[in-house]
Design a protein around this ligand. Structure first.
Ligand code: ADP
Ligand code: MG
Length: 621
């Protein structure tokens, strides 16, 4: 025998190998999902061939009906899934089944390690569903021929580190995946069991799924049905298929839209965030169909990137089947659809936000930071987007809208105060908030990375400017707050800080831009702020992190005139010859470093900081 000569052996890429070890060794109880994955791949393959044939009709080999055929062979103990879809070439096989790890491979391994999220049933979500066959099969064969090519190939593996590819015979284009079932997986040789699995997981597949002469599924496009007649279960199942997801849809939008351009949308908002939400390509995953023919699931232009959390299908009979995907992107009809869909989605979100605030809070924690990208990118709909934005604030744990904020503004308050930073818990503790808290003035806590960016584009809301509490003068006296100590403070004359300020300025030199008495502090002795017109502190941190800024700008050091330490220091500065007072000099630096630490930064010079701290402690002992 000489057929080994033509057989090539390959090793699985490392991560794929690890994945297979886990899959093959698992005792996962819902193993039947392998069939869902294989049928889903067969359906994708039929979609692809139908699409490719639009521009090259020869690929259809003379008109053909697409179908997926299941076959059980009790004697050979095999179950196979055949399709007459696009098929795979030799390079396709190498690329998709083993030598290259898809981006989802590592993500799936991590999810499995992280016991809470880890569930083998999620395998399809990570784009590696094919490998689930090894849960039930001791070996798998793939016999395939790509449409338009003459050569056929057999891919085979027992999932233990290697696979082989050899030339083979297949009469027509398409793919047959044959599973040699494990001893404990004989149940999948029972026709009744197979029927049941297909009805449970794959009823919505729009090509017939056949076992012998029988059609196992309804094979109609669910989005073309009358919306009221589609049940919640059917939606969930279809959503699972089309989104490769396994949560429930948080929101379903199923509409038929008639107009200059008519289309149907069946869109889902997931109830948990997909793993690739923040990948740099910000790809949309909604599938575009033209009159039930699948075109692409990567249509730029169908939906704006800030709605990329949406899943589902858009089908329009008014788009032309005969243009390329690239041309489609700039088709004015597609633009019309995009505008219509975007407005529809925002309107539905707004309904939820007003009628079901708690549910909306879940959506917001999943996708709020994505939606906020639209504040920068979609000038036309900016105001409508702002209406559905929600924020945390210093008042209460719930989410508020900007309208809520404006309603709760104090008399005389003509700006919207906010503090921005990476970490919500840290910014909550910031000394900059002390004076605001004491007066009961609400401050928005902005901890999403996009917040700084939309703030650059939206200077005000309903006539009130956005203003960072870490920036510029904060004249809280003008605002009528609930601070009980207000009147008391005016009577008690705080000691003059002039001498102390002069001494600190001399000592710190260029390290600070200015030193001033503060109105925003109640408990802390000092804080750093950005001067009016200077770049805000959090923005500076972001720019530095992205390498767009080298050194920082010197900040203004504010002193709390009511703080015991500052008052004592003021006395001392008045009495002594301050320029020769070494203790005062050390303390000046320590105050600056203390303010930096409160902002989450390091002291300017760690060893000097330690030396000074020790000296000052030494004095006190
Ligand atoms: P996904 O379907 O998410 O891409 P899978 O692991 O299920 O991930 O499949 C991997 C790839 O293998 C597919 O993207 C496709 O390119 C190829 N493939 C699998 N099954 C078939 C099939 N029946 N026909 C053609 N290609 C297939
Ligand atoms: Mg798949």
């Amino acid at each position: 025998m000489n057929d080994t000569a033509a057989k090539e052996t390959f090793s699985f890429q490392t991560e794929v190998g690890q994945l297979l070890d886990i899959v093959a060794g698992s005792l996962y109880s819902n193993r039947e999902i392998f069939l869902r994955e294989l049928i889903s791949n067969a359906s994708d393959a039929c979609d692809k061939r139908r699409y490719e044939a639009l521009s090259d009709p020869s690929l259809l080999e003379g008109g053909q009906d697409f179908e997926i055929t299941l076959d059980v062979n009790k004697k050979a103990k095999t179950l196979s899934v055949s399709d007459n879809g696009i098929g795979m070439s030799h390079p396709d096989l190498l690329e998709t089944l083993g030598t290259i790890a898809k981006s989802g491979t590592g993500a799936f391994l991590n999810a499995l390690k992280d016991g809470e999220k880890g569930d083998l049933g999620l395998i399809g979500q990570f784009g590696v569903g094919f490998y689930s066959s090894f849960m039930v099969a001791e070996s798998v064969e793939v016999l395939t021929r790509k449409a338009g090519e003459k050569k056929s190939w057999r891919w085979a593996s027992d999932g233990k580190g290697e696979f082989t590819i050899e030339a083979a015979e297949r009469e027509t284009a398409g793919t047959t995946v044959t599973l040699h079932l494990k001893k404990d997986a004989k149940e999948f040789l029972e026709e009744e069991r197979v029927r049941h699995i297909v009805r449970t997981y794959s009823d919505h597949i729009s090509f017939p799924v056949k076992l012998g002469e029988d059609n196992l599924n309804s094979a109609s496009a669910i989005w073309k049905r009358v919306p009221k007649e589609v049940t919640e279960e059917q939606h969930t199942e279809f959503y699972h298929h089309t989104a490769h997801a396994f949560d429930k849809p948080w929101l379903t939008l199923h509409n038929r839209n008639e107009g200059v351009v008519s289309y149907t949308n069946l869109l889902y908002v997931p109830s948990s965030p997909p793993f690739d939400l923040f990948e740099p390509d910000r790809k949309s995953h909604v599938k575009l169909y033209v009159n039930r023919v699948f075109i692409t699931d990567d249509t730029k232009g169908l939906l704006p990137p800030y709605l990329r959390f949406l899943r589902g299908v858009v089908d329009s009979e008014d788009l032309s089947l005969n243009v390329s995907r690239e041309m489609l992107q700039t088709d004015p009809k597609l633009t019309k659809i995009r505008t219509g869909l975007t407005k529809k989605v925002i309107t539905e979100l707004k309904k939820k936000a007003t009628k079901a605030a708690e549910e909306y809070a879940e959506f917001w924690s999943n996708f709020g930071s994505v939606l906020k990208e639209g504040l920068v990118e979609d000038v036309d709909l900016r105001d409508r987007l702002l209406e559905i934005c929600r924020f945390t604030s210093t008042q209460g744990d719930g989410l508020i809208s900007l309208t809520d904020y404006i309603e709760r503004c104090k008399e005389g308050q003509d700006v919207i105060y906010y503090i921005a930073g990476d970490d919500l818990n840290k910014i909550k503790q910031s000394p900059h908030l002390e004076g605001f808290k004491a007066k009961g003035i609400e401050v928005l806590l902005l901890s999403d990375h996009v917040d700084e960016f939309w703030l650059q584009h939206i200077p005000e809301f309903e006539g009130k400017q956005f203003k960072s509490v870490t920036r510029g003068s904060a004249d809280l006296d003008q605002i009528k707050g609930d601070d009980k100590s207000d009147d008391k403070k005016d009577d008690e004359q705080s000691p003059s800080l002039d001498d102390l300020i002069a001494a600190i300025k001399i000592e710190l030199g260029d390290a600070v831009k200015d030193v001033r008495p503060s109105k925003r502090l109640t408990d802390s002795p000092v804080c750093l702020i950005a001067d009016d017109g200077d770049i805000d502190m959090n923005m500076e941190r972001l720019l530095k992190r992205h390498g767009q800024l080298d050194g920082g700008m010197p900040r203004v050091l504010e002193l709390n005139p009511d703080h015991g330490i500052i008052q004592k220091l003021a006395e001392r500065a008045k009495a002594e010859k301050a320029s020769a007072d070494e203790l005062l000099q050390d303390v000046a630096h320590l105050l600056l470093d203390q303010a930096r630490i409160a902002d989450g930064e390091l002291p300017l010079n760690a060893s000097e900081f330690n030396r000074r701290l020790n000296t000052v402690v030494g004095h006190a002992l």
